[in-house]
Ligand binder design. Structure first.
Ligand SMILES: Cc1ncc(COP(=O)(O)O)c(C=O)c1O
Length: 396
């Protein structure tokens, strides 16, 4: 029983092993630098895995989104569209740069942004759209790219839940101008609890992201022959260098220890995702006859990597609302379920920006009825069976 509870409670995707331990030791013995060769190696590996030209590793998924907004040139007064059903980091990225967010309601089949409602939200100030590949299921990228091209919008994919997910055979993160990933401890792979990546095929965006990630520092090397020494210049060998700052950026760097672990995790990601997909299939098979549960729909052209397993509970048909479901499952069976997410327009941050209940009916219905069941690559068949039978028993 206690092992089963462990399998169900620990929702973290992270599975570290000997390879990660060895990588950590190797980097410690090399003085554990920040943003050194291991970061460059992880970036190359990630770009190759994603089939995108540039990858820049960063401190977390939130900084990836913030840098993406800087990369595409978001300024005060610009408007950015996104879904109200996401973690606040998605919407906070443009807001912290002085832009305004406008939410677009979701599609109740996939829980992703409803592509049929995007155009009606576009105004002359709209500069970008951030589709979120929620729970690991890719958004409708053909439609999003087509609408964005028509209206001159930049697309920034929030792929925090979706490393390895595919839309029509192509990995997410490479469709828009920028793709952002998170390696937080609960994500499908992790770099020791925090981490992120910014992908782009655009050289200029890559340069801006790289500069603002590290204080917009440019280092210029100059031969002593041409260089007049002053207090900002330092000798390196026979050369001198000086440092300039193009603008004021921040420190959003990752450490080499994290990146070395990231390269090892990346080698496992497809295997870990496959276990999630298999576990999701097991849950869907076991729960499909239960009245009142709406199980996840996977579009036939999508590879959904099940960062989470979303279930909507119809209180009339199931005989219990979401709150009682969460409470009873925990107290009667020791199973913790999540609720991702309370729609962002309910939060003080966005109520203060003029949003009101009633504006996004699908997101609101999801907020009322959605729970996320435990899913992770460690789950045993026994643990999955326990989850299924416990949910069935709640109805009887
Ligand atoms: C959809 C989404 N976007 C962005 C983020 C931010 O990532 P991080 O926690 O690495 O900053 C998260 C984190 O949970 C997320 O779920």
């Amino acid at each position: 029983m206690s092992k089963i509870k462990f399998d169900l409670e620990i929702k973290f995707g992270t599975q570290y092993g000997k390879k990660e331990e060895d990588a950590i030791l190797r980097v410690i013995r090399n003085n554990a630098p920040t943003s050194g060769e291991e970061c460059i190696k992880f970036e190359k590996n990630y770009a190759a895995y994603s089939n995108v030209k540039h990858a820049r590793v960063v401190s977390n998924g939130s900084s990836a989104l913030f840098l993406a907004m800087i990369g595409i040139g978001i300024k005060p007064g610009d408007r950015v569209l996104t879904t109200p059903v996401t973690w606040i980091a998605t919407a906070a990225a443009p807001v912290t740069l002085g832009a305004e967010v406008d939410f677009v309601d979701i599609d109740l089949e996939t829980y992703n942004i409803d592509v049929n409602q995007i155009e009606s939200h576009i105004s002359p100030n709209t500069k970008a759209v951030i589709p979120v590949h929620l729970y690991g299921q890719p958004c409708e990228m053909d439609e999003i790219m087509q609408i964005s091209q028509k209206h001159g919008l930049s697309v920034v994919e929030d792929a925090a839940h979706a490393i390895g997910a595919e839309y029509k055979g192509r990995k997410v993160g490479g469709f828009g101008a920028v793709g952002c990933f998170s390696f937080h401890e609960q994500k499908n792979i992790s770099t020791l609890g925090e981490g992120g990546m910014v992908l782009t095929n655009d050289d200029a965006i890559h340069e801006r992201v790289s500069l603002y990630r590290s204080h917009c520092t440019r280092v210029h090397g100059v031969s002593t022959k041409y260089c007049k020494l002053d207090e900002t210049q330092f000798p390196i060998g026979k050369k001198f260098w000086w440092q300039d700052f193009d603008d004021c950026g921040y420190n959003f760097r990752m450490t080499d220890i994290q990146a070395a672990v990231g390269s090892e995790q990346l080698l496992k990601v497809d295997m870990l995702n496959q276990k999630r997909i298999d576990n999701a299939a097991y849950l869907t098979h076991g729960l499909k006859e239960v009245p009142g549960l709406k199980l996840p729909t996977v579009r036939p052209y999508n590879k959904h990597v099940f960062h989470l397993y979303p279930v909507m509970i119809d209180p009339k048909e199931f005989g219990m609302n979401k709150e009682d479901f969460i409470y009873n499952l925990l107290h009667q069976y020791g199973i913790k379920v999540g609720f991702h997410y309370i729609p962002l327009h309910y939060s003080t941050a966005f109520k203060n920006r003029g949003f009101k209940k009633g504006q996004f009916p699908n997101a609101e219905k999801l907020g009322e009825q959605l729970v996320t069941l435990p899913i992770n690559p460690r789950q045993t068949e026994e643990a999955l069976e326990y989850l299924i039978t416990s949910i069935k028993a709640l109805r009887s």
